[in-house]
Design a protein around this ligand. Structure first.
Ligand SMILES: [Zn+2]
Length: 331
């Protein structure tokens, strides 16, 4: 990823970048439906999604590179990659919303997109949606570690926050939404006590802001759903494994279904995945498409391989052998 190394690696035009967000649950605050399409049916939809992930994980055992990997590791790898790609989709959908709905953005667009993704998953409020957030924050911590090891200096001028800051923004909003529920997460990521307190303000402000601008853009029940086309382009050999996995779990259909259900989009949209030669994702305003490259999924897989496994993890990261990780895995 430089799922954010953005515009320099754009597939075409538009505002390039990295991750995305979506979500929803019926138990939202007054008037708002962040994550609405995942709404009342969220638990069963999550269960179905999890079942497809489990099936895809089994299918991965037939690939030579994964044949000798334990079932547990293969499952964790799949959930890490899928969770991160899902977060990226939500992040990019935030850019689509801002552009198509002409929403105001106070502060950095990229921070708002990460916040939108995080809030949406928090609103869904399932074990799976929380896992998406945990995996996304872990990925940013891993990328920070990777760049440090490789001597890559962070670009202070970048449109995105630094990797560790993006990781902590997710953690902060999670802890801010429910300090008790995410206490382990706060401890394992070394989020100081005073920041755990102030994150509650971060969460309230971010949630209030999105809830302030979104209601007029929500689809009413008597409005038709906008057309959102999805496409999985060929993996061209090297990326067949990603094409087949994402096809089988129907990741595009889930995001498209939610987006069409929740929002009154003024124009048709497209959601596409493809092998495109670079590791990136972006909202392409010129043709109204959200585009994710299989190379980005590959980068997540490599990140997990190099930094996400016990014994290969930086020892200072309590994050990597954590109570939270075990709990999230139902162990
Ligand atoms: Zn972005």
């Amino acid at each position: 990823m430089k799922r954010n190394s953005a515009s320099a690696h754009s597939v075409s035009t538009g505002s390039g970048h990295g991750s995305a967000a979506i979500a929803a649950r019926s138990s939202c605050g007054p008037g708002i439906r962040l994550g609405a399409g995942f709404g009342q049916s969220a638990p069963s939809e999550s269960e179905q999604f999890q079942a497809r992930i489990d099936e895809a994980t089994k299918a991965l055992a037939s690939y030579p590179d994964l044949r000798n990997v334990s079932d547990k590791k293969r499952q964790q790898l799949t959930e890490f990659v899928v969770g991160n790609m899902f977060f990226v989709f939500l992040h990019e959908m935030s850019h689509a919303l801002v552009h198509e709905m002409e929403l105001p953005v106070l502060g950095r667009d990229e921070d708002a997109a990460d916040a939108f993704a995080t809030l949406t998953m928090l609103k869904v409020g399932t074990r799976l949606s929380h896992r998406v957030l945990v995996e996304a924050s872990k990925a940013w911590f891993f990328m920070n570690e990777r760049d440090q090891r490789q001597g890559i200096q962070p670009a202070a001028y970048d449109a995105h926050g630094l990797d560790a800051q993006r990781a902590y923004q997710i953690v902060c909003l999670m802890v801010g939404s429910d300090k008790e529920q995410f206490k382990d997460l706060a401890d394992e990521t070394n989020l100081p006590d005073d920041r755990q307190e102030s994150c509650q303000d971060d969460y309230r402000r971010a949630a209030w802001s999105w809830e302030k601008v979104l209601p007029s853009r929500l689809r009413s029940t008597d409005q038709p759903r906008q057309m959102i086309e999805v496409a999985y382009w060929p993996g061209k050999g090297n990326f067949d494994i990603y094409e087949q996995t994402f096809r089988s779990i129907r990741i595009l259909e889930i995001v498209a279904g939610h987006a069409a259900e929740a929002y009154a989009w003024p124009h048709p949209l497209g959601l596409e995945m493809a092998a495109c030669g670079v590791s990136t994702a972006q909202w392409q305003s010129s043709n109204r498409k959200v585009f994710l490259c299989y190379e980005l999924a590959q980068e997540f897989a490599q990140l997990y391989r190099d930094y996400g496994q016990e014994g290969h993890a930086p020892t200072k990261e309590k994050w990597l052998g954590p109570k939270w990780w075990k709990r999230a895995n139902g162990e």
